[in-house]
Design a protein around this ligand. Structure first.
Ligand code: AMP
Ligand code: MG
Length: 475
């Protein structure tokens, strides 16, 4: 029997040009891999109902719940800088917007839910690897305080998906503030659908940025949200890997965990994605790529901004201001990591000097920062005399701080995770799951969802030979 969920589907009520009505395709034998009970409860959904046979059938797309308006969203985008006029949800179906008891409105989307009008040559399905990866990484990001889409459930489909090999299929039930992307605006702009653009902008303003008065206000709010988001990625050594405009959420959440990865050893030019041959989306390039993406967003909003020349000038100023905004956020993030509660002129140099030392021999990003609080950071850096000299300058700076050592330790403990989803552990969890054992995934999830508590196994960097240096989109 279909469940009844508290839906109110404002996006699906927009004019029909934004999406196609599309029910998810039922799966052979849905079986729950993981259910996020805390998230379910916060959304006003009963975990035991979701874990029931009807619930699991719902989370896999085999039954459409009451109140849903299943659609596949249309969008376009620049992929690695090249324009693609039509992308869209090729393997995802948006069931609708759940209105939580606290009034929050969250999209409930099934990823891997079967073919849609936007599937092109794809099969519309996902294998268990990307589902597990997104479950682990998005929930870790949330636990570390980074805005992100969430994982509500992972369900095995009992079907086989053909990739390089025959692999077990799965569906991810994903929750997001919305799934509107920069590419959604680009889709309408490219078609010169000005009424559509206006309706979409109004929708996004009402939903995410009620203080924005007009398209300029919307642009500024999205720029601000991206500056905060990318700065929080940088503070964790996170590399998104596919910052295409179709993977940029206008709500400012991290979205689409493809070949993403956390660095083990720090180097600013680190790239993981096997398809990113020129390092377009390398760690240190993420802020400038964000500017590029935001310039595309600004362009798509131009028809809503009045007289063109004046609009271009004002929008350009806003986009160019990203750098200064980002720098403020970045300093905030790294000051916190160093236990600094106040801003001083000298802080940027202090942070940069540490990063330069770390880059010299690819010191473990997570271990160095975590180790600052307990005196073990230097153990991870080969050039010990230089680190010790840096530590003296850091101690001088700390002496000018108003907060006491106890407050400082607590600040640093909250800003420097002990456990991140390290690539070698994620890959091992995926390999085990493909072989039918999801216990490693479960253990890794438990550890990474509690990232500020040390863990004897999952807190350790890869040993020589264990390091993962390339990741794959692996759809
Ligand atoms: P991504 O690179 O993961 O952001 O995906 C880019 C585009 O390819 C999106 O439009 C996806 O919906 C589509 N896509 C990826 N994998 C599949 C698949 N297995 N079947 C259909 N479409 C897909
Ligand atoms: Mg995508």
């Amino acid at each position: 029997m279909p469940l009844t969920l508290p839906f109110d589907n404002t996006y699906a009520r927009l004019p029909g040009r934004f999406f196609s009505h599309q029910a998810p395709t039922p799966v052979a034998a849905p079986e729950l891999i993981a259910l996020n009970e805390a998230l379910a409860t916060s959304l006003g959904l009963d975990p035991s109902t979701l874990a029931s046979a009807d619930g699991v059938a719902t989370l896999s797309g085999s039954i459409v719940p009451e109140g849903a308006t299943p659609i596949a969203q249309a969008y376009a985008g620049h992929q690695f800088g090249g324009w693609v006029p039509q992308l869209g949800d090729g393997r995802a179906v948006l069931l609708g917007e759940v209105v939580a008891p606290d009034g929050r409105r969250m999209d409930l989307q099934l990823k891997g839910a079967g073919r849609t009008p936007y599937s092109r040559s794809g099969d519309g399905r996902a294998w268990i690897g990307p589902v597990i990866r997104e479950y682990l990484v998005s929930e870790a990001m949330h636990a570390m305080g980074v805005p992100t889409t969430r994982a509500l459930a992972a369900v095995a489909t009992g079907e086989t998906v053909l990739r390089e090999a025959a692999l077990p299929g799965a569906v991810l039930a994903r929750v997001a503030a919305s799934h509107v992307r920069v590419g959604t605006f680009q889709y309408l702009y490219a078609r010169q659908d000005i009424d559509g653009l206006r309706a979409l902008a109004d929708h996004v303003i009402a939903r995410h940025y009620p203080d924005a008065d007009d398209a300029f206000g919307l642009l500024e709010a999205v720029i601000d949200a991206q500056a905060r988001l990318i700065a929080s990625w940088m503070g964790l050594g996170f590399i998104h890997g596919v910052m295409n405009t179709d993977n940029v959420s206008v709500a400012g959440e991290t979205i689409d965990y493809g070949p993403c990865a956390f660095m083990d050893g720090y180097h600013p030019e680190t790239v993981f994605s096997s398809i990113d041959r020129f390092g377009r989306y390398a760690y240190a390039r993420q802020p400038e790529i964000a500017v590029w993406n935001l310039a595309q967003f600004a362009t798509a909003l131009l028809p809503l901004m009045g007289e063109r020349d004046a609009a271009i000038e004002r929008a350009t100023d806003l986009v160019n201001d990203f750098g200064a905004r980002f720098q403020r956020c970045w300093l905030d993030v790294f000051r916190g990591k160093l236990g600094l509660s106040e801003a001083k002129e000298e802080d940027e140099a202090l942070i940069q000097e540490l990063l330069t030392l770390m880059a010299q021999d690819r010191a473990d990003f997570t271990k160095v920062f975590r180790g600052l609080a307990d005196g073990t950071a230097g153990d991870w850096i080969t050039d010990r005399p230089s680190f010790d000299a840096w530590a003296v300058r850091w101690a001088d700076r700390l002496a000018k701080e108003p907060i006491d050592p106890v407050a400082r330790r607590s600040l640093m403990a909250r800003r420097n995770p002990a456990v991140i989803p390290r690539n070698h552990h994620v890959e091992a969890a995926i390999a085990a799951a493909v072989a039918g054992d999801t216990s490693l995934f479960r253990d890794l999830h438990r550890a990474t969802a509690d990232p500020f508590t040390d863990h004897p196994v999952f807190g350790t960097p890869p040993a020589a030979g264990e390091e993962v240096t390339a990741t794959f989109c692996g759809t």
